[in-house]
Design a protein around this ligand. Structure first.
Ligand code: ADP
Ligand code: MG
Length: 381
């Protein structure tokens, strides 16, 4: 466990035993920016997780300490329902507490101690791990449906933090399963497991860069997808989201869509298809096809959705030239963060050595490598 009860007690000098909850980060294998278009995604939950410990307190506040930030924040529990975001890390926690209070789960005064081994801002969803671990801790023994917990985390992030995200990250943090990827239908909110072939390793590579464009570009993409839907509805009035448009239909009508919206739609609609095709390829153990779909997805993000960046393109382009690499693509919201790579087990050491050295030489910093094995979703730790 990444968090020991002793350090929690020492921090808050309480006498009660803390209760600790964990929620995992995730790496998305394929289907990027498809979740808020109500399509498909294919993440795996990671064994890197956020841990939130809770202790009852005799003050009147929600007191939050993040070990990773070494920062503390307090807010009176009576003030939660009219709290305003401050534009910093505590918003994720306050947002969750506020959503719980609004949903009829009042927050009692308590101390929360947060420690995470999901790298923050790297596209591995440290934010949803934090939201879900915190929601679990604040709920305690009170029951809430697991889908509702995921949706509550998403609401906290989109409505309080101000990031108009889809459901993927919180869903993966709740429903992760060891031994399989989750193919999530972001419209029906159902999932199925996709077993991955034994003879491949999933390696995330952290570029250690995060370009500031993040939130504003994300917002812009959401709006551009809505523009595409509005254009498509002129010929196909039943279309509610890009999920409703097949690739074949898109190709037939794409000339009627303004250029930027057309490219954004092409990415979303084709990546939806790639989730379905990748899942089929994974089930039949077709590593070459899985790799091909990874690279096609990356090119689509690079050229049509325009959410990649130089460092990430370098990691992908270098990786796919290394023997034993089936495919590589950016994962997560974009503009930095991580790539995800499909690598033959015997090729992993050479892959890390070669890619690490090339990146170091070109960008003067060492990337971090994480071997990703599917893990279970949120639970008491
Ligand atoms: P990602 O979810 O890909 O890691 P985000 O930008 O969505 O990136 O979320 C990162 C933000 O979440 C951080 O900047 C910080 O505000 C918050 N966060 C994540 N983990 C922690 C933590 N352990 N302690 C405090 N804040 C955290
Ligand atoms: Mg996030």
């Amino acid at each position: 466990m990444a968090l020991l009860p002793g350090e929690v007690v020492a921090r808050f000098s309480g006498s009660a035993e803390p209760v600790i909850y964990r929620a995992p980060g995730r790496v998305n294998l394929i289907g990027e920016h498809t979740d808020y278009n109500l399509g498909f995604v294919l993440p795996i939950a990671l064994d890197m997780a956020c841990y939130t410990a809770i202790l009852p307190a005799d003050h009147s506040c929600l007191r939050i300490y993040s070990r990773d930030m070494d920062r503390e924040f307090c807010i009176g529990v009576a003030e939660l329902t009219f709290a305003k975001p401050r534009g910093e890390w505590s918003d994720y926690v306050v947002g969750v507490a506020r959503e719980l209070a609004t949903a009829g789960f009042p927050i009692e005064p308590c101390d929360l101690y947060i420690a995470s081994d999901v790298p923050a801002g790297a596209g591995l969803s440290s934010s949803a791990a934090l939201e879900i671990a915190t929601a679990m801790a604040l709920l305690g023994e009170r029951r809430m449906g697991r889908i509702e917990i995921a949706r509550l985390g998403q609401r906290a992030e989109s409505q309080f933090v101000g990031m108009p995200c889809g459901i993927m990250d919180q869903y993966a943090a709740v429903f992760g399963h060891s031994g399989a990827a989750l193919k999530i239908d972001c419209r029906s909110l159902e999932h199925e497991y996709v077993q991955l072939p034994e003879n491949v390793r999933i390696i995330a590579v952290n570029s250690m860069v995060k370009h500031e464009l993040g939130t504003s570009a994300y917002r812009q993409r959401v709006a551009e997808c809505q523009e595409a839907v509005a254009a498509i509805r002129k010929s196909d009035p039943h279309v509610q989201s890009l999920r409703d448009v097949t690739l074949e239909r898109f190709q037939a009508i794409e000339a009627t869509i303004p250029e930027i919206a057309r490219r954004r739609a092409r990415h979303v609609i084709s990546d939806n298809r790639r989730v379905v095709d990748f899942s089929a390829a994974a089930r039949s153990g077709d590593l070459a096809e899985m790799g091909r779909l990874f690279v096609a997805s990356h090119r689509s993000m690079q050229h049509d959705y325009e959410i990649s960046c130089e460092e990430i393109d370098f990691l992908v382009d270098t990786a796919i030239e290394i023997p034993g690499v089936y495919g590589a693509r950016m994962t997560g919201g974009g503009f930095g963060g991580c790539t995800v790579n499909l690598v033959a087990p015997e090729a992993v050491a050479n892959f890390e050595q070669h890619l690490g050295a090339a990146y170091q030489e070109w960008y003067g910093k060492a990337p971090a490598f994480y071997e990703c094995r599917p893990a279970e979703g949120a639970s008491r730790a």
